[in-house]
Every structure is written in structure tokens, then in C-alpha cells.
Design a protein around this ligand. Structure first.
Ligand SMILES: Nc1ncnc2c1ncn2[C@@H]1O[C@H](COP(=O)(O)OP(=O)(O)OP(=O)(O)O)[C@@H](O)[C@H]1O
Ligand SMILES: [Mg+2]
Length: 243
């Protein structure tokens, strides 16, 4: 059952950080992961660090929120110190207090069995086994709960659908004029403009940025860092670090 159609998606999003920068490209990836979540109860977005897994999961959450009557709940695992704290991290986000005589996992199981929601488990890689065990328990005890995990490695559970996030699309070789139409250059330009609103690309600098984002293999984190470095000191239209 979906949420009330008049509900603003943001009202059903819990525990997700507000986006401070614009989201660039990835329409195909968002649709693909949203589609997998329609078919499978556990979907893991995999890929190397800085590829944009967390950012993608946040966008997917916004797109699919209205499918879930009890909303989308984001559980950040990057900051937990011990694998044994995975259930506690989820319970905290869901606002559950531990009932006397019940383990955190039992309390979660009882609560989630009555919910129709999406859990986002973000950055599972450093507590992979504990996250996998948590997912297996939740999926067995709560029929209407789905999980979207992000992890550098898959969880390795039966029934897990995996989506390997590719790099941002690079400009076509030999057409520098169209470079900005590519996801990788568009991200560079967006972040450069954040620091210098007058930043523009001409044919020459387009070609330079196109080569740079290709050298960075379309990795969003690396592109953001390069755009920031290129603006220090700013030279209009020509990122200093790559000039
Ligand atoms: N499509 C995108 N549009 C705009 N910014 C993006 C996009 N993808 C990634 N980024 C930015 O790139 C950086 C790295 O992204 P993110 O944290 O999502 O990577 P990750 O794959 O989750 O990395 P890690 O494995 O370290 O958790 C972030 O600053 C993020 O905002
Ligand atoms: Mg991440």
C-alpha cells in the first residue's frame, strides 16, 4: 500500500542528511535501483569509495518514498564503532526503546513486522557480516520491509539484488564542445561554480576538463576535489590546478 498521495515525499524520509550540493546525472542508475527495489526486498549498491553510492541511495529514497506507507529510514553505519551496534543504530533511527526482557533485535523484529517501510543501510562495508546478519533477520521477520544497502562489497545474502554503480559518464572523445553534456564534466562545472559563480568553460578549457575527468576515471569524489583545487586561486574559465 502506498502513502497518501498528498504526502510530501520529504515528510516520509527519516534519518537522511539533507543534500547540501546539487545531484548531477545518474537518471539511469536511479531508475535502475528504484526498479530493482520494486522486485527485490534487498538491493545492494556496490562500488569503490567515492563512486557516489550514498548519494545515489539518497536520490532513490526520494524517488520511491511514496511506495512505502511508513516511510524511508536511513541508518548510517559508517560511524558505528562495533559490528554488534548495527541493530542499535537502526533502533535509534526508528526511535525504539528497548523493552524489558527483549534484545534490541527482538524489539526491532516486533516493530518492523507491523511496518511497511524501506530501510537504507549506508556504508555497510566495515561491518559487512553484522550488516548481512541484520538484513537476514529483518527480511525473515518483517514481510513488508525492504532494504537498500550501500557497500563497497556485496552482503552476500541469497536473494540480494546487486547494482554495481558505474563511474559518471565521460565526454565523447573528439567532441570537446559537447563535453559539458557529460555527467563527469557537468559535476566539475557545478562544483567549480559553487566556488566561483563566474566560472565558465570555453572550447579550450572544455578540452582540458574533459581530459581531467577522464584521468580521474569519472569518480565523483575525485572530480569534486579537483574542482575545488582548481579554484584555488581562481582563474576564470581555467581551473588553476589543470591549466
Ligand atoms: N551524482 C552525483 N551528483 C553530485 N554529487 C555526487 C554525485 N555522486 C557523488 N557525488 C558526490 O561525490 C562525493 C562521494 O559520493 P558518496 O559519498 O556518495 O560516495 P560513496 O560511494 O558512498 O563513497 P564511500 O564508499 O566512501 O562511502 C560526495 O561528496 C557526493 O556528494
Ligand atoms: Mg558512502
Amino acid at each position: 500500500m502506498g502513502a497518501d498521495a498528498t504526502t510530501e515525499p520529504t515528510e516520509s524520509l527519516h534519518g537522511l542528511r539533507p543534500a547540501l550540493t546539487s545531484f548531477v546525472g545518474r537518471a539511469g542508475a536511479v531508475d535502475a535501483v528504484a526498479g530493482l527495489l520494486g522486485k527485490y526486498r534487498l538491493v545492494t549498491v556496490t562500488g569503490p569509495g567515492g563512486m557516489g553510492k550514498t548519494r545515489l541511495a539518497d536520490e532513490v529514497a526520494r524517488q520511491v518514498a511514496e511506495r512505502f506507507a511508513d516511510g524511508v529510514w536511513g541508518v548510517e553505519l559508517a560511524t558505528i564503532a562495533e559490528p554488534g551496534s548495527v541493530p542499535a543504530a537502526a533502533a535509534t533511527v526508528l526511535g525504539l526503546r528497548q523493552a524489558p526482557g527483549m534484545s534490541v533485535m527482538e524489539a526491532l523484529g516486533a516493530h518492523l513486522a507491523r511496518q511497511q517501510l524501506l530501510l537504507i543501510l549506508d556504508n555497510c562495508e566495515h561491518v559487512l557480516e553484522a550488516a548481512a546478519q541484520f538484513c537476514a533477520t529483518v527480511l525473515l521477520s518483517a514481510d513488508d520491509v525492504r532494504i537498500l544497502a550501500t557497500s563497497r562489497e556485496p552482503l552476500g545474502l541469497p536473494g540480494e539484488a546487486r547494482y554495481r554503480l558505474p563511474p559518471l559518464a565521460l565526454p565523447e572523445r573528439g567532441s570537446p564542445g559537447d563535453a559539458v553534456a557529460s555527467e563527469a564534466v557537468a559535476l566539475f562545472v557545478d562544483r567549480a561554480r559553487q566556488l566561483d559563480p563566474h566560472f565558465t568553460l570555453d572550447d579550450e578549457s572544455s578540452a582540458v576538463v574533459a581530459r581531467l575527468v577522464a584521468r580521474l576515471d569519472g569518480l565523483p569524489l575525485a572530480i569534486e576535489l579537483a574542482a575545488a583545487a582548481g579554484q584555488r586561486p581562481a582563474r576564470r574559465g581555467r581551473p588553476a590546478a589543470i591549466a
